[in-house]
Design a protein around this ligand. Structure first.
Ligand code: UFG
Length: 331
């Protein structure tokens, strides 16, 4: 298939683009590199560098490439930042995404794989979380992803759009070539590894008074390659109907447990200090992913947290300053 991958220079999008290229698909990455890295785009993919809000550029790309499907990763995705700047999140994650859906409709493209998030559930009543759990986001990031998820069935009914929405829990880990490099970094595992590399003096534990056994937040960490494989399966299943799937390992780890794992993996003491809660963080997010296992045969290959952190550590050691610097963002 000919596939447009928005955000394909970013952490998750690049790993998916890599697998799609390896699977024989023709991949066109759209990424303006405001967050992504040119070096992360697969060597055998095309890279169109423009802002997705640029409707004329989008139309020209659809004309030129006649894609069979779109995988839409490009979005802002930080829970804490979204609480500070909901305006940016609504603009980029909702307005720009609706513009992309319009462009797809103008060009007769009716297949979409959409990056959603566990943040749509808010503070769920039942753990592990099934897809039918009520959605009630506790931060603007989750709310913007949910807004698009709620639009999709209407677009399906009116325009015949087929979609798979994948609700990621906490993506982590690295492949040989591709890893996590955000600026500034705010994710727990890469921050712990930066301490182990001597780049930061200590880590912070955001909140120690949550209603969890050790008082710190619990998350379900999933290897980015396992996430990526789910996209390939979702793409193949698109013509059989639209759906929503959770993607996690079904095991929750507290911040303190992740810290202990990083200490074991790196052999570094990783000093940590207790800090206040980060606004918007729900106490506990753990996935039930039985639906995608049963329906698409998805099987995580790296369900073990130590292996996930180990792969991130390998990458961090080989890329201590992340990807090579690229040109500045487009104005
Ligand atoms: N944390 C710390 N110290 C840090 C960084 C994080 O204690 O320095 C804590 C957070 O408070 C949270 C946990 O570690 O409890 C994980 O935080 P991350 O920032 O690594 O990840 P989030 O759970 O906030 O969010 C990630 C993605 C979101 C996605 C969410 C789904 O960034 O896009 O997982 O669970 F929505």
């Amino acid at each position: 298939m000919r596939l447009i991958v928005t955000g394909g220079a970013g952490y998750i999008g690049s790993v998916v683009a890599d697998q799609l290229v390896a699977g024989g698909h023709k991949v066109i990455v759209v990424d303006d590199l405001r967050k992504g890295h040119a070096a992360a785009v697969p060597p055998n993919a095309q890279h169109a560098r423009f802002d997705l809000a640029d409707t004329a550029a989008l139309d020209a790309l659809f004309d030129r490439t006649a894609p069979d499907a779109v995988l839409h990763f490009a979005a802002y995705s930080l829970v804490g930042e979204s609480v500070q700047r909901p305006d940016r999140y609504y603009h980029n994650n909702v307005t720009v995404t609706l513009g992309l859906l319009d462009a797809m409709q103008r060009h007769g493209v009716r297949r979409l794989v959409f990056s959603s998030t566990a943040a749509v559930y808010g503070d769920p009543q039942r753990i592990p979380i099934v897809e039918d759990e009520p959605t009630a986001p506790t931060n603007p990031y989750g709310a913007t992803k949910l807004a698009i998820e709620q639009a999709l069935p209407w677009y399906e009914a009116a325009f015949g759009l087929r979609f798979v929405s994948l609700r990621y829990f906490n993506a982590a880990g690295a492949t040989d070539r591709l890893g996590e490099d955000h600026d500034p970094e705010s994710h727990l595992i890469p921050l712990l590894l930066q301490v182990a590399l001597g780049q930061r003096p200590y880590a912070e534990i955001f909140g120690t008074d949550y209603p969890t056994p050790d008082g710190t937040c619990i998350r379900d960490y999933i290897h980015v390659s396992d996430l990526a494989e789910a996209h390939v399966l979702a793409l193949e299943a698109l013509d059989h109907g639209s759906r929503i799937y959770n993607l996690g390992n079904g095991a929750g780890f507290s911040v303190r447990e992740v810290l202990e794992t990083a200490r074991r993996v790196t052999g570094h003491p990783i000093p940590a200090v207790e800090a206040p809660r980060r606004p918007g963080d729900p106490p506990r997010l753990v996935a039930a992913s039985d639906r995608i296992v049963a329906e698409l045969g998805w099987r995580p290959r790296f369900p073990d947290l130590e292996a996930i952190v180990g792969s991130a550590w390998e990458w961090a050691r080989r890329h201590p300053t992340g990807y090579p610097e690229e040109d500045g963002p487009l104005e």
